[in-house]
Design a binder for this molecule. Structure first.
Ligand SMILES: Nc1ncnc2c1ncn2[C@@H]1O[C@H](COP(=O)(O)OP(=O)(O)OP(=O)(O)O)[C@@H](O)[C@H]1O
Length: 484
């Protein structure tokens, strides 16, 4: 029956932001927020807002709308104390290197002799919750906004982050349109994982390797190897001069920047930083607000590259373990079902980072497979005897990297609800095969085992698409997920 009442409308408030200030917000679970730029210029971590469009945010998103020139937005706290000027200076320095690198490739006259000819290849380090990912996003977005045709490669080495895939992966993507912020379920924007998202103009085609755990300390050797693999793959890409000159921006895990709470020893940290520097041919190290780390990096790398400390933003939010676990679950849900945010009541023209909101819903498939159809491995673990049980003089390094087959028909396989990474096919040439090859294969997608039927030797798998999985190889880590 018609009640005659109109639909409820969430209260709106207009904010006038002075130039170089930002509007910060943190959402509670289950709530959403819509922001509309009424006039002026505004951006979210470097991605510009289009005037008159509503942008929605959800899944406990924490972010800031910044303005260089001042603006009016429709929507707790306005801050004048932001490090954006320092970040913009870094951007300018990177930009000079890109221009110089492109001139060198084209053999055109050199505009500024003092600038190196190498494209900027930046490693961002810092302790937990210093805003590293945000700095990487801002620098990437500023590069693609210059209109010079740049497409920097953004690299996520934090398995706790999720980035374009699911948590546990490390990845790299070439970015050519600004990365929007709307939810921590896809901090770095939408990836082209399945059909509807590929239609979205911002969808990226990232490259993945699967580490499988949230903590770097769990298998630092594997991390080292995967970083080198990812770096090799990025360097092997065949790119045009603009793309090559755009350079690389690498977001490192907090554990690389500080031993506090990471469980890594200083020498392990340094080995992993060296893996990043070698793998991506780093020529600039940025350290977000950490004096001791800056001194350490200057001592080791200062002689051969720029090591620069940049301020930490007062707006960065401390993310605790339970929040991060919830975000992992949001990311896995989003990977399978797409991103669905219910806009606040009364918002009818909502977009997600500028994309129509409806395009982003996905329909995963539930597939039945025989146990023998899929070869599943765990890296290390099963065979990891305590150090004291190893023969004298033996190190554990070999077994930490050993792919161990997992038998789904055995009790204790820990496969129900496990997240699996499906690997690219191995080398078709048998003579090129080697024992640890599966450590070096890229990931083509992720699936979740939802049930095991022991009597019939069958498993049920949730997959983002219908494609057959028979004959594939998969790696399982320590991530689990089930429908809430
Ligand atoms: N100026 C700001 N205002 C409001 N929120 C912000 C601001 N800058 C960053 N944030 C938020 O703070 C949180 C932490 O930032 P970010 O992920 O960049 O830190 P990090 O150093 O990469 O973290 P990690 O500990 O995972 O390595 C994110 O939710 C981010 O969106």
């Amino acid at each position: 029956m018609e009640t005659g009442q109109s639909a409820p409308t969430a209260p709106t408030k207009e904010w006038v932001l002075e130039p170089e200030t930002e509007y910060r917000f943190e959402l509670d679970p289950g709530t959403s927020l819509a922001a509309k730029l009424i006039r002026g210029q505004a951006e979210i971590f470097g991605a510009e807002l289009v005037e008159g469009k509503s942008y929605v945010f959800g899944y406990e998103c924490k972010a800031a709308i910044y303005t260089w020139q001042g603006c009016t937005i429709e929507i707790k706290y306005v801050s004048e104390d932001t490090p954006m000027a320092a970040y913009a200076n870094v951007h300018t320095a990177l930009e000079q290197r890109r221009v110089r690198a492109l001139q060198a490739i084209h053999g055109s006259p050199i505009s500024d002799d003092s600038v190196p000819t190498e494209p900027p290849r930046v490693l961002v380090l810092g302790p937990a919750n210093s805003g590293k990912t945000t700095v990487c996003k801002i620098l990437t977005n500023y590069a693609v906004r210059t209109g010079q045709g740049w497409s920097p490669i953004l690299v996520n080495l934090d398995p706790n982050e999720g980035a374009w895939a699911v948590p546990g992966a490390i990845s790299a993507a070439s970015v050519n349109t600004p990365i929007a912020t709307s939810s921590p379920a896809n901090t770095l924007g939408a990836a082209a994982t399945s059909a509807p998202v590929t239609l979205s103009s911002n969808a990226l085609l990232p490259l993945f390797y699967w580490y499988g755990h949230k903590e770097v300390k769990r298998n630092a050797l594997l991390m080292d190897r995967l970083i080198r693999n990812l770096g090799q793959n990025v360097q092997d890409r065949d790119e045009d001069p603009e793309a090559v000159s755009s350079g690389v921006i690498v977001d490192a895990p907090a554990a690389f920047g500080s031993s506090t709470g990471s469980g890594l020893k200083d020498d392990q940290r340094q080995v992993l930083i060296k893996a990043c520097v070698d793998a991506f041919n780093i020529n600039i190290i940025l350290i977000v607000g950490h004096e001791k780390l800056t001194v350490e990096m200057q001592r080791i790398y200062g002689g051969r590259m720029d090591v620069v400390k940049i301020p930490k933003s007062g707006g960065v939010v401390e993310l605790d373990h339970s929040y991060r676990d919830r975000v992992h679950s949001y990311q896995l849900h989003t990977y399978m079902y797409g991103l669905r945010i219910e806009p606040p009541p009364g918002v009818t023209d909502a977009t997600l980072g500028g994309e129509p909101i409806t395009d982003l819903a996905l329909a995963p498939a539930s597939l039945q497979l025989s146990f023998d159809d899929l070869s599943i491995f765990r890296i290390g673990e099963e065979s990891m005897a305590p150090q004291s049980a190893l023969p004298i003089g033996a190190t554990r390094s070999l077994s930490e990297m050993q792919p161990v087959p997992v038998d789904a028909s055995k009790a204790g396989s820990r496969l129900v609800n496990a997240v699996l990474a499906l690997l690219a096919p191995p080398n078709p040439d048998e003579s090129e095969r080697y024992d640890e090859e599966i450590l070096d294969l890229t990931v083509v997608g992720f699936v979740i085992i939802t049930a095991l039927d022991m009597p019939n030797r069958k498993m049920t798998i949730l997959s983002p698409n219908q494609g057959s999985l028979a004959g594939r190889t998969a790696i399982v880590g320590s991530f689990e997920w089930s429908e809430a």
